[in-house]
Design a protein around this ligand. Structure first.
Ligand SMILES: [Zn+2]
Length: 228
């Protein structure tokens, strides 16, 4: 089957929207999640619930693997793996970036997803990377993704296509896209964004604030539950 894809599914809003984009586009979709000791690790517990929504709406089962990326924490991580860092502050080693930047994260994740795809004969990778969001992570830029595609071709001698449907969308455009994808809205209620790892979401951390602003600008109410 040619139409087969691997979705990088963190359980966050963007990856969930990308998952449903992929479910509408490909005949067979696999999902990979990454456990790297993230503070908002609760997102991994949400992934099976999100995949249940796919089955509910589309009838297909999405095979799912959680890959151990604990080496990111071992490497020092950044704000998302270190309880002592304030993620709303600048990164201690790169003041132009927020403390939530984890050096090498998407480079490793995409390479791991490709290795998984190779084993499953799936050469389309789908991720929620977005260069129009506010964090400015260099590994979320399309130029970086293009370079990784090239590295994968050279390193595995297979043509991987990395699809980033949200790359140039604003947060409100992503919300509007989610509205058009059957089941996506219901799955967004199960998604996780809050950097504090709270459920119901805190509503006040930078990640929650960016999310809420996107729904507000799109004229929609976030289906996710927030603390009062
Ligand atoms: Zn929050």
């Amino acid at each position: 089957m040619e139409s087969r894809a691997v979705v990088l599914l963190s359980g966050g809003q963007d990856s969930v929207t990308s998952l449903f984009w992929a479910v509408h586009k490909y005949d067979e979709v696999h999902a990979v999640s990454f456990d790297y000791g993230q503070r908002h690790r609760v997102e991994l517990e949400q992934v099976p619930k999100i995949l249940d929504v796919v089955t509910q709406f589309h009838g297909n089962i999405v095979p799912h693997a959680v890959l151990d990326m604990s080496l990111l924490a071992q490497l020092g991580g950044g704000g998302l793996t270190n309880d002592n860092l304030d993620v709303s502050e600048p990164h201690p080693l790169a003041t132009e970036l927020p403390a939530s930047f984890v050096p090498g994260r998407n480079l490793l994740f995409l390479t791991a997803a490709a290795a998984y795809g190779y084993q499953h004969d799936a050469f389309n990778l789908v991720g929620g990377m977005c260069e129009t969001d506010f964090s400015g992570y260099p590994d979320c830029r399309r130029k970086t993704i293009d370079a990784i595609e090239d590295s994968l071709l050279r390193g595995m001698e297979r043509t991987f296509q990395i699809h980033t449907p949200l790359m140039h969308l604003t947060k409100e455009d992503s919300v509007s896209l989610a509205r058009t994808l059957s089941g996506c809205w219901e799955a967004l209620a199960e998604s996780h964004t809050c950097y504090e790892g709270h459920r119901p979401a805190c509503g006040g951390c930078p990640a929650c604030r960016i999310r809420l602003r996107g729904f507000c600008k799109a004229g929609e109410t976030d289906p996710l539950e927030y603390a009062a």
